[in-house]
Design a binder for this molecule. Structure first.
Ligand SMILES: Cc1cc2nc3c(=O)[nH]c(=O)nc-3n(C[C@H](O)[C@H](O)[C@H](O)COP(=O)(O)OP(=O)(O)OC[C@H]3O[C@@H](n4cnc5c(N)ncnc54)[C@H](O)[C@@H]3O)c2cc1C
Length: 295
């Protein structure tokens, strides 16, 4: 039986209390949210924090709201709540698409949005979804609050800009007129992605005024496909250009061969998924804006 090394357990009663505890126990402490990634790592002794700071009582971090035309998602929002939120679904269906294919109800009932981003697993679905819509991460410490674009939040596999003493408190996405979607290929229902792609687009006068493309499990720097986005933005939303954007994304990502497939297969998936997810987003855009339908 695998058991974690000995650790001290502290339950935070407020954000301020959590920050005080993080300050007191320093780099040897870890926050625990859903525990779906951290606890298995502790059992395997891949993580051996001296102190575990439990933030599960911090209801103020578990809300979804709109403030000044910005969608605000607390770090402690559970996957299941993001999936069922009508507010999120109305503005950014990409999140419901992604959540529907994250693990199973057991994981989704407990795992959190903040834990997913802080874990920074290269196969984490929400990281790519937030990168596609250019979300922002709000990080708090005893010294104050700082905001970091999600595209700059990740510094490598399993590494983020969150420093010892800091807590991710919220994800923010400015609400605008756009359409979004997420598609994933998995070996079986509930598995981690073989590959996945998310897209957000906005059209103005028949051309793509904004395009966001997120990639999961494909080794894309910071979970997005900037070369494909640059290619698309400013031109029409045609099938041919979507297919070309897929080919560009496939060329510029860095998938690794593993038990889920060889590199060439994953590049093939990158091209196909980017093409398809852009088409789904375009269909949704056309549904919202029939007066200026894109092809
Ligand atoms: C069987 C299984 C299948 C899964 N399948 C998928 C999948 O298909 N797709 C997918 O995307 N994910 C999948 N997951 C991961 C799941 O989404 C987890 O919920 C997620 O990885 C971590 O969230 P958590 O709340 O459990 O974080 P925890 O395990 O509590 O924490 C993870 C890390 O984040 C840190 N942390 C947590 N919250 C904060 C915070 N607010 N501020 C600072 N640091 C923080 C912790 O200290 C720790 O280092 C799967 C997990 C399991 C167990």
């Amino acid at each position: 039986m695998q058991v974690p090394a000995q650790f001290r357990y502290e339950k935070a009663s407020s954000v301020e209390h959590a920050l005080t505890l993080l300050d007191r126990f320093g780099a040897e402490s870890r926050v625990v949210a859903g525990g779906h990634s951290l606890i298995p790592m502790m059992k395997l002794r891949l993580a051996q924090p001296e102190a575990l700071i439990d933030i599960n009582d911090l209801d103020e971090l578990a809300t979804i709201s709109v403030e000044q035309s910005t969608l605000c998602i607390g770090a402690l929002v559970r996957h299941t709540d993001l999936l069922s939120s009508a507010l999120v679904g109305e503005h950014f269906p990409i999140f419901a698409d992604a959540e529907r294919v994250i693990a199973d109800p057991v994981v989704r009932n407990r795992g959190t949005v903040g834990g997913s981003l802080c874990q920074a697993d290269p196969s984490e679905d929400l990281s790519a979804a937030f990168a596609a819509v250019r979300g922002e991460a709000v990080i708090q410490s005893a010294d104050g609050v700082r905001t970091v674009p999600v595209r700059e939040f990740f510094v490598g596999p399993y590494q983020t800009v969150v420093e010892p003493g800091e807590l991710l408190v919220q994800l923010r996405v400015p609400i605008r007129s756009s359409a979004s979607a997420y598609l994933k290929v998995e070996r079986r229902a509930g598995d981690w992605a073989v590959a996945a792609a998310g897209a957000e687009l906005r059209l103005a006068d028949g051309v793509l005024a904004e395009t966001g493309i997120g990639l999961t499990a494909l080794g894309a720097p910071n979970f997005h496909a900037s070369e494909a986005e640059d290619f698309l933005t400013g031109g029409p939303a045609t099938d041919e250009r979507f297919a070309e954007a897929g080919r560009i994304a496939a060329r510029h990502c860095n998938p690794i061969a593993d038990q889920r497939g060889p590199e060439a297969y994953k590049r093939h998936l990158a091209a196909t998924l980017v093409d398809r997810v852009l088409r789904v987003a375009r269909t949704r855009w056309n549904g919202l804006h029939p007066e200026e339908e894109a092809r």
